[in-house]
Design a protein around this ligand. Structure first.
Ligand code: DHB
Ligand code: FE
Length: 288
């Protein structure tokens, strides 16, 4: 049977992608940020997952304001990179896993999560920057990816509690897939940042550190954070953090924190990163 072996949380700041693409990762501004991902890339290379489910948000590249799905699951066999701002990143196309994706669509919808099924979609920095941070710069991404796109751009986004429950349902759905696949789940976006308005540039390291602690050890406390608290404490784009709760819901109740990194600033954003593993006792498929 398939199983979820680990979870990764990371910010997806577009300027990080540009720094990678333009060979600037060793520059003094960027070096401390990328140093925090060196262990992560070694860990991921050793883990060798069969599939990555990447929970991310689109920034009006795949979906305009004409159609705003709350949860959109990619069931395609391939996704082309696209982006606003600095433009399309020179990264490989993202290969999908239609078989597992369609299984997830069926299992989740029959489990009363009314997700949208997407058969054609482009993916922006929200998805490709986390891939670059964890997989580096390969000629082809090392495993298929199932994109799960969450609306955190247009009010109302889903609640943290709903996201956590969706994670739980994803865990159950993966476990009912009849093939031995080791799956890693990414929760992306955040941490505190606000890109416009009077409070543009807001960063709240105290809130971010409390959130990192809660995601690891007390996710129920994190699910109780209302939208207005994200907005007040983590800025308008801090709401992206609800996507981390989908990843966390997909893991066991107790997890092992393998790695943590927090860095301020990257562009206008606080960058946070966690690697969490399920305990081997409750997951026999985990690699040593
Ligand atoms: C920026 C954009 C984002 O989508 C994000 O999540 C963080 C930062 C930016 O433009 O700096
Ligand atoms: Fe974003």
């Amino acid at each position: 049977m398939a199983s979820i072996v680990a979870g990764v949380a990371t910010s997806h700041v577009p300027a990080i992608g540009v720094a990678i693409d333009q060979g600037k990762t060793g520059e003094p501004y960027w070096q401390p940020l990328f140093r925090g991902y060196e262990k992560s890339q070694a860990w991921m290379a050793a883990l060798k997952p069969d599939v990555a489910i990447v929970v991310y948000n689109d920034h009006a590249n795949a979906f305009s304001l004409e159609v705003i799905p709350t949860f959109a699951l990619g069931c395609a066999s391939e996704y082309a990179p696209a982006d606003e701002g600095w433009g399309r990143r020179p990264v490989p196309p993202v290969v999908g896993h239609p078989e597992l994706a369609w299984h997830l669509a069926q299992a989740l919808i029959l489990d009363e999560f009314d997700i949208s099924i997407v058969n054609r979609m482009e993916v922006d920095h929200g998805l490709t920057v986390p891939l670059s941070l964890l997989f580096g710069t390969p000629a082809a991404w090392p495993c298929p990816v199932i994109p799960l796109c969450v609306n955190v751009v247009q009010y109302p986004p889903p609640t943290g509690r709903r996201c956590f429950k969706l994670g739980r349902a994803i865990r159950k759905a993966v476990a009912s897939f009849d093939r031995d696949l080791r799956v890693v789940v990414f929760g992306t976006g955040g941490m505190s940042h606000q890109l416009q308005g009077e409070r543009a540039g807001l960063i709240n390291a105290e809130f971010d550190r409390r959130f990192l602690d809660a995601i690891v050890a007390d996710p129920q406390a994190a699910t109780a954070i209302p939208h207005v608290e994200y907005l007040r404490e983590a800025g308008s784009e801090g709401i992206e953090l609800v996507m981390w709760l989908i990843m966390r819901g997909a893991l066991d109740e107790r997890v092992r924190e393998v790695h943590r990194h927090y860095h301020v600033p990257a562009s206008n954003t606080a960058v946070g990163h966690l690697i969490l593993e399920n305990f081997p006792a409750t997951n026999q498929e985990r690699t040593p």
